[in-house]
Design a protein around this ligand. Structure first.
Ligand code: HH2
Length: 258
């Protein structure tokens, strides 16, 4: 899953794809490099970010979707209004970082639109989520949450086969929480749904290199973490550097699968 942030302020590619033509070119390049889908978002969810209105999100993403007509597109949004328009413009997947807790109308939009859905774990909200997050057992907490949100989504009429689950790396978690989730990722596969992982360029990867103030991580670090997440059961990788991820994961699969 290639990341296309049509935002001025995303943590690693903010501004790069804010222009419509740049976003479309990036998306097409990622698809050519082997991405199965591109995740188009108009609102940053980086720690401390403020939310934007549905109108602003639509103004950012709809022109990009228009130009990408026919391409496999995921819409990265928590707003039903944005998801509904995006599905009209050909999106097939809704990536909701609130796991259907942000907008009560979103589940219906996904169900009626026959879209795929990602349910992601987040503790708190982006503005405050990194203020001293604590868990007794982060993996058990995330698993319980995902199980409950999966049951909710199914009860709302979204077919189980259309849903994937995501531990939400960096969303209300310390560096240690993030790596523990990756280390024990196999514990999230018990629900029988595909696991999506978004570790690409995240600050935890920069911090373990020795910079406590890192805002991003390198491509090499992202790929290394993705490969081991794959070995532990992840099957969808939300990544900025698609070519490198496709090559590394193809090699990893060749090692794992005879
Ligand atoms: N991470 C980000 C955004 N959306 N969606 C899922 N399912 N999983 C993730 O880990 C995830 C996500 C944050 O990364 P990015 O889009 O690069 O930055 P920003 O939120 O600042 O736009």
């Amino acid at each position: 899953m290639g990341v296309v942030n049509v935002t001025p302020d995303s943590f690693s590619d903010g501004g790069v794809n804010f222009d419509r033509a740049d976003a479309v070119a990036s998306a097409r390049r990622m698809l050519a490099e082997g991405a199965a889908i591109v995740d188009v978002g108009g609102e940053s969810t980086r720690p401390g970010s403020a939310s934007v209105t549905a109108e602003e999100e639509l103004r950012r993403v709809i022109p990009v979707l228009e130009d990408l007509e026919g391409a496999p597109v995921s819409i990265d949004t928590s707003k039903s209004q944005v998801a509904a328009r995006a599905l009209q413009f050909g999106a097939v997947f809704v990536n909701d970082v609130t796991a259907l807790r942000g907008d009560p109308a979103l589940a219906g939009v996904v169900a009626d639109g026959g879209a795929y859905l990602c349910l992601m774990h987040m503790r708190g909200e982006p503005r405050t989520m990194q203020d001293d997050p604590r868990y007794d057992d982060v993996v058990a907490d995330v698993a319980l949450f995902l199980e409950e949100r999966l049951a909710f989504a199914i009860a709302e009429g979204i077919p189980e086969v259309a849903i994937c689950l995501d531990p939400g790396i960096g969303f209300g978690k310390t560096v240690e929480h993030n790596f523990e989730l990756l280390r024990r990722l196999d514990e999230l596969t018990v629900f029988g749904r595909p696991i999506l992982v978004g570790i690409s360029r995240k600050s935890s990867l920069g911090k373990i290199m020795g910079d406590p103030d890192a805002k991003t991580g390198s491509t090499a670090a992202s790929v290394g973490a993705a490969v081991l997440a794959y070995e532990r059961g992840a099957s969808i990788f939300r990544a900025h550097d698609v070519r490198e991820h496709v090559e590394a994961l193809t090699a990893a699969r060749a090692v794992v699968t005879p």
